[in-house]
Design a protein around this ligand. Structure first.
Ligand SMILES: NC(=O)C1=CN([C@@H]2O[C@H](COP(=O)(O)OP(=O)(O)OC[C@H]3O[C@@H](n4cnc5c(N)ncnc54)[C@H](OP(=O)(O)O)[C@@H]3O)[C@@H](O)[C@H]2O)C=CC1
Ligand SMILES: CC(=O)C(=O)O
Ligand SMILES: [Mg+2]
Length: 560
């Protein structure tokens, strides 16, 4: 333990105090300075004579656009957020569709891959296996404990579809929280990005002299569970008002720790539940258009998942409610879903299966393993093909054409991230279905011209869900995040398409409307929490819907 000069702010004035610190001056200004600091009038002579805010926004935007490489844009925006958070979030809000792909997928994937090389300054909290037994001490170093409300926690073991990146996963926690702030007006000082360092099994990083994490293989399951139990206990003790979002844990641990903590703490897994909710929402809109074209009822849809990890199975679980909402029983809903993993079609007679695949494993097929996707499509006759496999280009022209040959409007959702791992591009989906495709991808694709018409791709990404869900958790002071709350977020999103978006055949609303949408989602989620009795903010219970929505909007932080 060392004694260091710790900066703090009082009445807009920076001061220093002597304080014991484990991590001396480890925090960037945007984390320890109250955001209102930029409102303090600078002294004469310390800024240029004419510094108009709106002109300065244009100046920042021009600087951003002058960079050729996405990673350079990421680095620029990261510095801007550190130096002038108000300007950063103002730019985000005014240019959502341009900036989201830089601070989030796909570019955040590159930022993670290169994190140890592009690293400039500390941001977020690192808790390592070496801290086991003393985790409270590390957490107590966080400079704004009382203000913390939302944390995104990753262990870096499955970052997007890029594999085990170890401590290089920190930018995913940072990026998700930037979207919480931009998308739902969570106060910046309420957010806590966390990366757990439990080692990495990626040799390239262990050999990299610049790697920022521990040089050791991942710890055993037993040691990780002991660590996680201590971490969760200390987090809830230090931050009693915090909701935790688990992000990009490898599939087995994603399911394990969600089940272990979901009834004890306010936690939610973005890859299982957030992805499930966003896909259910887009699927509800796509299925209506598909059924209108085929004349078949909504309940007759058949969904084939290519990829059966945390995301694939999480979405499959959530899509059960698509069918139960149409009046089918759970068993009937289950039978309308098929999974494919790296060994092909998932069915009981195939042999031992991972626990998370068992529920959807088919008992109506006993033949030889079926591994060819075209053959599987011909066997299943799906109306929808969803990709969560990390296999680039798995939806080949033949796969897409086969889907088009059996459906008037095939639903194709290649959802793997980042963009280079997408199962197909929007251009291919349009070309090989003759423009009939109902499309959503995990990362954004450009619109396409087809026979004189502009066709728009959807972005089926959990970024539409978690900001509103998190805002609801904070305002409703929920004790846990229930399945009904997750479903409510999905239905709230599905309902948020406006007339213009409907007319353009969109499956998701335009990202520019994210604040409005997050407000609607937050309202729906708070109502669900109230119905289930997990809300602890009694003052919201007496509000009618109009007043609740008004209050939600008033509570959103806005850059000054
Ligand atoms: N759009 C969104 O909002 C989100 C997208 N995702 C994306 O989903 C992807 C998957 O994530 P996650 O589920 O956690 O990852 P996993 O690695 O756990 O799952 C991948 C799945 O794909 C299967 N698979 C791998 N190779 C093949 C193959 N050749 N043929 C068929 N199936 C194959 C795996 O099979 P097996 O089980 O046999 O190993 C596994 O079931 C990632 O790219 C991630 O970015 C995740 C969350 C949100
Ligand atoms: C979007 C997201 O959470 C993922 O790809 O993991
Ligand atoms: Mg994720």
């Amino acid at each position: 333990m060392t004694i260091v000069l710790t900066p703090y702010w009082t009445n807009g004035v920076q001061k220093l105090k002597l304080a014991p610190q484990r991590m001396p001056l480890l925090f960037s200004p945007s984390q320890w300075i109250p955001i209102r600091r930029t409102a303090v009038k600078p002294k004469r002579g310390l800024v240029p004579p004419i510094l108009d805010e709106s002109v300065h926004a244009l100046r920042c935007l021009n600087q951003l656009r002058s960079k050729d490489k996405s990673i350079e844009k990421y680095i620029y925006l990261s510095a801007l957020k550190d130096q002038d958070p108000n300007m950063f979030y103002k730019l985000c809000l005014e240019n959502m569709s341009e900036i989201t792909p830089v601070i989030y997928t796909p570019t955040v994937g590159d930022a993670c891959l290169q994190y140890s090389h592009i690293y400039r300054r500390p941001e977020g909290l690192f808790v390592s296996i070496k801290d086991k037994g003393n985790i409270r001490e590390v957490i107590n170093n966080w400079p704004r404990i009382d203000e913390a409300r939302i944390s995104v926690v990753t262990d870096g073991s499955r970052i997007l579809g890029l594999g085990d990146l170890g401590v290089n996963g920190m930018p995913i926690s940072i990026g998700k929280l930037s979207l919480y702030i931009a998308g739902a007006g969570i106060r910046p000082q309420s957010t806590v990005p966390i990366c757990l360092d439990l080692g990495t099994n990626t040799q390239k990083y262990l050999d990299d002299p610049l790697y920022l994490g521990l040089r050791q293989k991942r710890v055993s399951d037993k040691e990780m569970t002991e660590f996680m139990d201590e971490f969760m206990h200390e987090m809830s003790a230090a931050f009693p008002k915090l909701m935790i979002q688990f992000e990009d844990f490898s599939t087995d641990n994603a399911f394990k720790y969600l089940e272990r903590y979901r009834n004890k703490y306010a936690v939610f897994n973005d890859d299982i539940q957030g992805t499930g909710a966003v896909v259910l929402s887009g699927f509800l809109n796509a299925a209506k258009l598909s059924s209108a074209a085929s004349g078949q009822p909504l309940s007759s849809h058949r969904i084939l998942f290519f990829g059966a990890g945390s995301a694939g199975v999480g979405v499959a679980q959530q899509l059960m409610s698509f069918f139960t909402l149409q009046g089918l029983s759970k068993e009937e809903a289950r039978r309308r879903i098929w999974l494919v993993d790296s060994q092909g079609l998932v069915y009981n007679a195939r042999g031992r299966l991972a626990e998370h695949k068992k529920y959807f494993s088919r008992d109506d097929y006993n033949g030889a393993p079926m591994t060819d996707l075209v053959e599987i499509i011909k066997h299943v006759q799906p109306t929808a093909l969803l990709g969560l496999s990390t296999i680039t280009g798995a939806f080949t022209p033949e796969v897409i054409q086969t889907m088009a040959s059996i459906n008037a409007r095939p639903i194709l959702f290649p959802l793997s991230n980042p963009i280079r791992l997408s199962e197909c591009s929007f251009a291919d989906a349009v070309q090989y279905t003759n423009g009939s495709v109902l499309f959503a991808s995990g990362s954004p694709f450009p619109e396409q011209q087809f026979r004189g018409t502009t066709l728009y791709p959807g972005q089926g990404n959990n970024m539409y869900i978690f900001p509103g869900l998190g805002l609801a958790a904070i305002l409703g002071r929920v004790s846990s995040v229930t399945d009904s709350m997750v479903e409510a977020s999905s239905l709230g999103l599905a309902d948020s398409l406006n007339d213009e978006e409907h007319a353009q055949g969109l499956l998701y609303p335009r990202i520019e409307r994210i604040r409005e949408i997050s407000g609607q989602i937050a309202k729906a989620v708070i109502r669900a929490a109230q119905r289930e009795g997990v809300d602890r903010n009694e003052s919201l219970r007496g509000l009618n819907d109009v007043d609740l929505l008004k209050l939600i909007r008033e509570k959103m932080w806005t850059p000054q």
